[in-house]
Design a protein around this ligand. Structure first.
Ligand code: G3P
Ligand code: MG
Length: 247
C-alpha cells in the first residue's frame, strides 16, 4: 500500500515539537517548530487513569512537570492542572500537557504532518493502542494521514488492524536480524532507528524492500547531512533550526 503521508513528508521532523528550544510535547514546542519552518513533528502519546490520550514522553510526570508520579495513575483533570513549562524555563510557565485532540487540532490548523509515537507504560501496551486508535478517526480531517510509530510491536499490530489507512512506523534502536519478518508482521511502511545504528548498507537494504527509513534523534548537522546523503527519508531532531538550512 502506498501512503500520501510520505509524498508530503519533509526530510526534517521536529522531535517532540522543537524540544531543544521549548518544553517538549507542549503547544509552545509545536509553535516553536512552526516558527523555524518545520512542516512535520513527532509527538508521544499515552493514556491517563481515566483513559484519555495525552501527549507526554515519560510514563511519569516527574521530569517534565511540577508534579510527580505515573501518568497512568492520574486523571486528565489532574494532568491538566500540572505546569509542563517551568521545568524548562520560567518563560514557559503555564504550559499544559496537551490532550491528543488538542495536539491534532493544532496540527490541522497549522497544516503540520504528525508522527504519533504510541508510548505505553509496560503492561498497558494494548489498552493504550486501542484507545488511541479508537479516538483517532474522529480527531483527524477527511483524508488526513498520520504516521503511527511505536517501539512496541503489540501497539503496532493494534494500529495496523484498527487504522489500516495510516502508515505504521517500526521504531527500534538498531536494525534487528529478523527485521523484514517483523516489519511485515505489523504491516509497517517505515523503519525508524537511532541514528548511530544507521549505515549506508542497512539503509540500502531496508529501502530496497520498499520501506521508508527515518532516524532519531539527530542534532548535529554533519550527521544529518551524511545520513540524508546515504538515503534516509527524514531526520527527527530536537533542533530543526540547525537542520533546515541543509535542505
Ligand atoms: O520517534 C523517535 C523518537 O522519539 C523515539 O524515541 O524516546 O525520543 O520517544 P523517544
Ligand atoms: Mg518519541
Amino acid at each position: 500500500m502506498t501512503f500520501s503521508f510520505f509524498d508530503a513528508m519533509p526530510p526534517v521532523i521536529g522531535h517532540r515539537g522543537a524540544c531543544g528550544h521549548a518544553p517538549e510535547n507542549t503547544i509552545a514546542s509545536f509553535q516553536k517548530a512552526i516558527k523555524f519552518g518545520v512542516r512535520a513533528i513527532e509527538i508521544d502519546v499515552m493514556v491517563s487513569k481515566d483513559n484519555q490520550p495525552v501527549i507526554c514522553h515519560d510514563t511519569s510526570v516527574t521530569r517534565c512537570t511540577d508534579g510527580n508520579g505515573p501518568v497512568l495513575l492520574k486523571t486528565l483533570d489532574e494532568i491538566r492542572a500540572l505546569d509542563a513549562g517551568s521545568w524548562f524555563s520560567e518563560t514557559y510557565k503555564g504550559q499544559q500537557i496537551p490532550t491528543l485532540a488538542e495536539a491534532l487540532d493544532f496540527s490541522k490548523i497549522n497544516n503540520l504532518l504528525v508522527n504519533l509515537e504510541i508510548k505505553p507504560t509496560h503492561g498497558w501496551q494494548v489498552p493504550t493502542a486501542e484507545k488511541v486508535c479508537a479516538d483517532l478517526p474522529a480527531l483527524l480531517s477527511d483524508n488526513q494521514q498520520i504516521l503511527i510509530s511505536s517501539f512496541n510491536e503489540d501497539c503496532l499490530a493494534v494500529a495496523s488492524k484498527l487504522l489500516p489507512n495510516h502508515p505504521i512506523g517500526f521504531l527500534t534502536d538498531i536494525l534487528p536480524p529478523d527485521w523484514l519478518r517483523r516489519l511485515k508482521a505489523v504491516n509497517a511502511a517505515s523503519f525508524h532507528c537511532h541514528h548511530t545504528f544507521a549505515t549506508a548498507e542497512n539503509i540500502k537494504a531496508v529501502k530496497s524492500e520498499g520501506y521508508k527509513y527515518l532516524v532519531y534523534t539527530v542534532n548535529d548537522p554533519d550527521d544529518a547531512k551524511r545520513l540524508l546523503d546515504w538515503g534516509v527519508d527524514a531526520v527527527i531532531t530536537d533542533y530543526p533550526d540547525r537542520m533546515l538550512p541543509l535542505i
